[in-house]
Ligand binder design. Structure first.
Ligand SMILES: [Fe+2]
Ligand SMILES: [Fe+2]
Length: 369
């Protein structure tokens, strides 16, 4: 079915066009790649996988409770609106929230694919182009997966959130080659990764857990790449140039914290916009969620050397400064291990089923003698 028929609201013009301003850069040096970047490129090639076969698409999903979200985690919970909802309405509200969340993941992944391709085009060094080419493929796979999940399992798609769209627009329009990294790999992907992780670690449903676990395995490489490339580059920038990047980060962080909350969903359930915003502000669960959303961004920003006073003050204001001390390396290693463990568990379960089948066949054969 065309996605057009599944949109909860009108998605705007398609294709959405963002004019490009940067140069395409060729490098004629084919033999001076940085070892760590080339190792990451090798890993990117080794760890390619096929979403059609690695994910068990036969697993059933209840679209009205796709993630097993507890009631208290719904922003309407405990309000007069909640009391008025029938059980059927509550299921519908869950479906819209899951759709909204995974639709932002989907559009974000398309953005990541386009940004990665832009990096292939604009980054000066060949080692970084090589890695970004593998990332472009990873992001295509992620968009494929989220699109399939929404089409087959949820049956409802939300348009891209206006603020996410404007951040993507700023990121892609900028002619400086490091801006797609900063906007996309550090901010948008950092935010997405934290959201993936929270769902992966809390959902009781096997299909979304599989999807998020495997996607996060790839994302760990993307984060490592963004950090390496930007850390090297930002060492060469002037104080003024660094401050410009910090301003961009501060603005982006506030925008995502305050404006990416699924207010659109509540509006579709008849809650006026201002009230919907106030409700998301008030919800204890969402407040915690918003703080955790920065768990991947803050340590990364600190690590690449954007840690000026203004930025630190903004993070104090958001209550997330101490996240800067988180061990990003460890988090990413865990993301990769979780995916490998899940593969091993699924393989062992299949093996057990196969052995049981053979034993049953032997037994029935023996009984027939
Ligand atoms: Fe991705
Ligand atoms: Fe990514």
């Amino acid at each position: 079915m065309p996605t057009h028929d599944l949109y909860a609201d009108r998605p705007g013009d398609s294709p959405w066009q963002v004019p490009a301003t940067g140069a395409a850069r060729f490098s004629w040096e084919y033999d001076d790649g940085r070892e760590r970047l080339l190792a990451l490129y090798q890993k990117g090639k080794d760890k390619q996988w096929d979403a059609r076969t690695r994910i068990d698409w036969d697993l059933e999903v209840d679209p009205y409770d796709a993630l097993g979200t507890p009631e208290e985690a719904m922003s309407l919970y405990g309000t007069p609106h909640w009391a008025k909802l029938s059980e059927k309405d509550k299921g519908e509200l869950r479906r819209h929230y899951a759709s909204w969340q995974f639709s932002q993941f989907l559009h974000g992944e398309q953005g990541a694919m386009i940004c990665a391709a832009r990096i292939v085009e604009s980054v000066p060094d060949l080692d970084a182009k090589f890695f970004s080419a593998t990332q472009t493929m990873d992001e295509a796979r992620h968009a494929e997966i989220y699109g399939r999940f929404l089409h087959e399992k949820i049956g409802l798609v939300y348009p891209i959130n206006d603020n996410l769209r404007s951040l993507l627009d700023d990121t892609l329009r900028d002619s400086r080659w490091d801006m797609p990294y900063l906007g996309m790999q550090v901010l948008i992907e950092g935010l997405a990764l934290a959201a993936f992780g929270m769902i992966r670690d809390t959902t009781s449903k096997p299909l979304p857990r599989q999807i998020l676990t495997y996607v996060m395995q790839d994302e760990a490489r993307h984060v490592a790449f963004g950090r390496m490339a930007l850390r090297d580059y930002y060492k060469q920038l002037t104080e003024a140039e660094l401050r410009e990047r910090e301003e961009f980060v501060i603005e982006g962080c506030y925008l995502m914290r305050d404006r990416l909350r699924g207010v659109e969903v509540l509006e579709n359930f008849g809650v006026p916009k201002a009230e919907a915003e106030a409700l998301s502000e008030r919800s204890e669960f969402l407040r915690l969620f918003r703080k955790l959303l920065f768990s991947r961004i803050v340590p990364c920003v600190k690590d690449i050397g954007l840690w000026g006073e203004r930025l630190q003050r903004a993070y104090v204001d958001m209550g997330v400064l101490e996240l800067g001390d988180a061990d990003l390396e460890l988090l990413m290693t865990q993301d990769e291990e979780l995916a490998e463990r899940l593969d091993a568990e699924r393989f062992a379960a299949e093996e057990r089923a196969r052995v049981a089948e053979v034993e049953a066949a032997i037994e029935s054969g023996a009984a027939g003698d």
